[in-house]
Design a protein around this ligand. Structure first.
Ligand SMILES: *Cc1c(COP(=O)(O)O)cnc(C)c1O
Length: 231
């Protein structure tokens, strides 16, 4: 592994986030970089944390558990960003600081049950399929408000915002309208003032489109590939 190249990549992504913030007149401290380590080993994840990364995202429970064990001596905020099966809810509640990918009332119900049993409450984001692509996980935008309302009724679930995963595109401008849609949806939910729901976070933007996502209000960007080129 080329650690200095890794550091350079982290710096470059941070710089681009800062410039996007400037364009949008946003405070860069309002945007958190979640380094997505699903394609690399614990050694690279460790080097990321030693380069100042505080937040790590994984999309599989087993791989996350492996890395958590290897990195137990470090202070890390762990993010679950992948589709979660209800039978993994118990592990997910225990392992993650934030679950970005709650994509059904059924999953929220399972998380609620497990969190209650562990005497915890679990902060989550609701994943919304704003593109309408059939292959994507996420609550359809048309029913998102109803589903958030249903999830809000679970006492051990804290809804803290929305997440989306747009389709792969060549030009990031193509997904800007989807980010705008997610932001507007969050604003609409906010005006409804549901008990137990805060629309504080928008998790959107990955390597292909994180700058556009920041311009449109992302508070978490989930970046993998851009951090690992040439290492
Ligand atoms: C892999 C992944 C990312 C990061 O994608 P890159 O293109 O590597 O930056 C972001 N979000 C989710 C949900 C992912 O699974």
């Amino acid at each position: 592994m080329n650690v200095s190249k890794l550091r350079q990549n982290v710096e470059r992504v941070r710089q681009r986030i800062a410039v996007a913030c400037e364009r949008a007149e946003r405070d860069p401290s309002a945007v958190r970089l979640v380094a997505v380590t699903k394609t690399v080993g614990a050694d690279v994840a460790r080097a990321l944390v030693e380069s100042g990364v505080t937040d790590i995202g994984e999309n599989r429970i087993q791989e996350a558990a492996r890395k958590q064990e290897a990195l137990a001596d470090l202070e890390i905020n762990w993010h679950m960003i992948g589709h979660l099966q209800t039978n993994k809810a118990k592990d997910a509640v225990r392992m993650f600081h934030l679950i970005h990918s709650v994509d059904s009332v059924r999953l929220a119900e399972a998380l609620n049950k497990r969190a209650s049993a562990q005497g915890r409450s679990v902060p989550v984001l609701v994943e919304v399929n704003v593109s309408g692509e059939e292959s994507k996980y996420g609550v359809p935008a048309a029913v998102a408000i109803d589903q958030v309302r249903s999830m809000a009724k679970f006492p051990a679930i804290q809804v803290r915002g929305l997440m989306t995963m747009p389709p792969l595109v060549d030009d990031p401008e193509q997904v800007r309208p989807l980010f705008v849609r997610l932001r507007r949806l969050a604003a609409e939910i906010k005006t409804l003032g549901m008990a137990g729901v805060e629309m504080k976070h928008l998790s959107m933007g990955m390597t292909q489109d994180y700058e556009v996502a920041v311009e449109e209000g992302a508070t978490f960007v989930r970046v993998g590939t851009a951090l690992f080129s040439g290492i």
